[in-house]
Design a protein around this ligand. Sequence first.
Ligand code: FES
Length: 73
Amino acid sequence: MIFTWLSFSNGKILVVKASSCRSGVCGTCKKRKLEGEVKMEGYDPEVLEESDRQEGYILTCISYPVGRVVIDA
Ligand code: FES
């Protein structure tokens, strides 16, 4: 069984499937950020390319919100 959930843990946004990596290397948690800023570090650039970032996509498993953030989940 695969779960998807949204929660906050240690200030991180989590929108992940139970079978995903939660470390920025599989891309299953990629979501489009509609508003706000997040801090992301240590992800695989092949999973989240610069063009993805310019379109607002983030890897939620490694994203730390900086203030209010709205995600298209
Ligand atoms: S859960 Fe794998 S990149 Fe986020």
